[in-house]
Design a protein around this ligand. Structure first.
Ligand code: HEM
Length: 144
């Protein structure tokens, strides 16, 4: 497969992954303000589970597969400071994914460890990381 096709599949994957990372904590905000055991709370559980398992996790895996595939085809990219900054931020995103996965499990078990305000704050983290990642990936700033 050509490098450009892999890059296109990479970008499609990261769009799907980012959509979930931006939407899931938003669902947590509303879920946290919904009475436990209500029909609405049970609906949020289904939405959160499907978003994470059917969209976010597969999209994260394919983002890594196509990203690493390009690094294997162009290993010199790993000597670029912008790529290092990008990869550090990507691990930040993967950390958010893991945290959101744990938060989802808590809410599914009717545990409310955080107020909706905390979920609102965590909602901003993937946005900030995405901005840095996309600027690094597209602008490729020369730090030397
Ligand atoms: C999961 C780990 C990731 C790895 C290993 C990775 C690696 C790469 C590599 C090697 C390229 C090609 C660079 C080039 O040839 O110019 C690339 C392109 C790109 N990546 Fe990633 N990436 C990852 C995650 C992400 C994420 C999470 C985002 C967005 C939030 C992202 C956004 C982009 C964009 C927009 C491009 C296209 C840049 C361009 O062609 O101008 N990547 N990535």
């Amino acid at each position: 497969m050509s490098y450009e096709i892999i890059k296109a599949l990479h970008i499609i994957s990261v769009i799907a992954w980012m959509a979930g990372l931006l939407y899931l904590p938003r669902l947590f905000v509303y879920h946290a303000d919904t009475p436990l055991g209500s029909v609405q709370a049970e609906t949020f559980k289904v939405m959160e589970r499907r978003l994470l398992k059917a969209i976010m996790t597969p999209a994260m895996i394919t983002s890594f597969i196509f990203g690493i595939w390009m690094l294997v085809l162009a290993p010199t990219l790993l000597t670029e400071i912008w790529m290092i900054i990008k990869i550090v931020c990507v691990f930040g995103l993967a950390g958010c994914h893991g945290l959101f996965s744990r938060m989802r499990r808590d809410l599914e078990n009717d545990k409310l460890p955080y107020s909706s305000k905390v979920y609102r704050i965590w909602n901003e983290a993937p946005t900030l990381l995405m901005i840095i990642i996309v600027v690094m990936a597209v602008v490729k700033p020369d730090f030397t």
